[in-house]
Write a protein that binds this ligand. Structure first.
Ligand SMILES: [Zn+2]
Length: 422
């Protein structure tokens, strides 16, 4: 089988403290060797570049195609699938080769990507996020109508569930629908008109059933949680990751450390919601008010969690026009106290561990999928992302930057050609 050698680059393997010069050999879609002076059939000169494991965004919403409620309500149902294709493309272009969709994307999108029908990052799906009546996923509004921008359909069941028995049935329904992770909203949210983010949603017995059924199906649970009540109930139940975690008090941090719970901080999303509203998007006033409150609550909580050693995976909560700007999250995590190398770990090996994919992605090591993101300049200059991304490999295939390597073009350089080919 043909071997492609990416030679002369500095390599961050996803875990080590050091970034060292090495050759990386790709064959059959996998990384087969990493070391010095390696040979192969095709050589790619990557001197001066840094090779990172393909980046991972552990929290996106590929199917959330606008934050403007009126626009969404007037948009044909199927239109969103085409917009999602654009989201996949721009996400891959910025060097992200795997995402975890935190509600919206179904098995059809996932399978189309996996089968090569469409281009995009590998996708882990939650299908839909479960909510109690009146919770973050309940689209009831005071007029008595439902602002359901993501209505249920055969591939995506309804999201409302109350009581342990309904929870058990619904988790099984999501497993049947292909979910790789069961997402639950254990607190109110921002982007929903009637609930309160400080309230804890679901009782412990319901969450214990959720985790039990997920684990029985060989998958795991993730929780949208903004307030401490929802964060703590999720941690108590053994849910694997807290998404957002805006209010995180000291006790919550202690509990997360004791249980090894992951934090996916989504630091940029509130600014995006607020900016979108200020630019005139039609959103209920309550959403904007909650966005300001939640942003205020978040001021120092990420820094405290990072300093305490809570496990962190990068997640941007990208939706609508934010897709493609996912890597703002690297800069924000660094600005709020995470060491540069830990920011890169959060977007590679750590995110892979959270997603239980550490044997497949997230590291530059033999046996892993040949997903690589090549960076020019200083890899810790996070403000330069994603314009410093010069080439992206996925499964050994060049999916952005230059021409695909072949025996007819034995020497290619991915340097400086990325923008020309977009
Ligand atoms: Zn989200």
């Amino acid at each position: 089988m043909s071997r492609t050698v990416i030679s002369g680059a500095r390599v961050f393997d996803g875990e080590s403290d050091d970034i060292q010069v090495a050759d990386v050999v790709l064959s059959g879609g996998r990384i087969v060797d990493v070391g010095l002076d390696l040979d192969g059939d095709v050589r790619v000169d990557a001197s001066g570049l840094t090779v990172l494991p393909g980046l991972i965004d552990a929290h996106v919403h590929l199917m959330l195609t606008s934050l403007d409620m009126m626009k969404m309500l007037n948009r044909p149902f199927s239109y969103n699938f085409f917009v999602a294709l654009q989201h996949l493309r721009v996400t891959l272009d910025c060097g992200i080769t795997t995402v975890r969709d935190a509600s919206g994307a179904d098995r059809g999108i996932q399978s189309a990507q996996a089968d090569g029908v469409i281009e995009g990052p590998r996708i882990q799906i939650s299908v839909i996020a479960l909510s109690q009546t009146g919770g973050h996923g309940d689209r009831w509004v005071p007029s008595g109508n439902f602002l359901d921008v993501v209505p249920p359909y055969p591939g995506r069941p309804s999201a409302i569930v109350d009581g342990p028995d309904e929870m058990r049935r619904k988790v099984r329904e999501l497993v049947r629908a292909g979910a790789n992770v069961i997402k639950v909203n254990t607190s109110g949210g921002v982007f929903s008109p009637t609930d309160n983010p400080s309230h804890g949603h679901f009782r412990d017995i319901e969450l214990e059933v959720e985790v039990e059924e997920a684990e029985a199906a060989g998958i795991y649970a993730m929780a949208h949680a903004i307030g401490n009540a929802g964060i703590k109930s999720a941690v108590r139940a053994g849910i694997r990751s807290i998404e957002h975690g805006n209010e995180l008090d000291d006790e919550a941090i202690e509990m997360m450390l004791a249980k090894g719970t992951w934090l996916v901080p989504t630091l940029g999303v509130l600014d995006f919601i607020i900016a979108t509203a200020e630019q005139g998007a039609s959103l209920p006033e309550a959403i904007l008010t909650k966005a300001y409150h939640a942003r205020e609550a978040k001021r120092d909580t990420f820094r405290k969690a990072a300093e305490a050693g809570v496990r962190i995976a990068m997640g941007s909560d990208s939706a609508a026009e934010a897709h493609g700007n996912n890597l703002i999250e690297l800069r924000l995590m660094h600005e709020q106290g995470l060491a540069p190398i830990d920011c890169l770990r959060a977007a590679t090996s750590s995110a892979a561990k959270l997603m239980r994919l550490e044997d497949e992605i997230g590291r530059v090591a033999p046996g892993m999928h040949a997903d690589l993101t090549l960076i020019e300049g200083d890899p810790f200059d996070f403000a330069a992302y994603p314009s410093n991304v010069t080439a992206v490999y996925q499964g050994g295939r060049l999916v952005r930057g230059g021409q695909p390597a072949s025996k007819n073009s034995p020497e290619i350089s991915p340097k400086g050609v990325a923008n020309a080919t977009l």
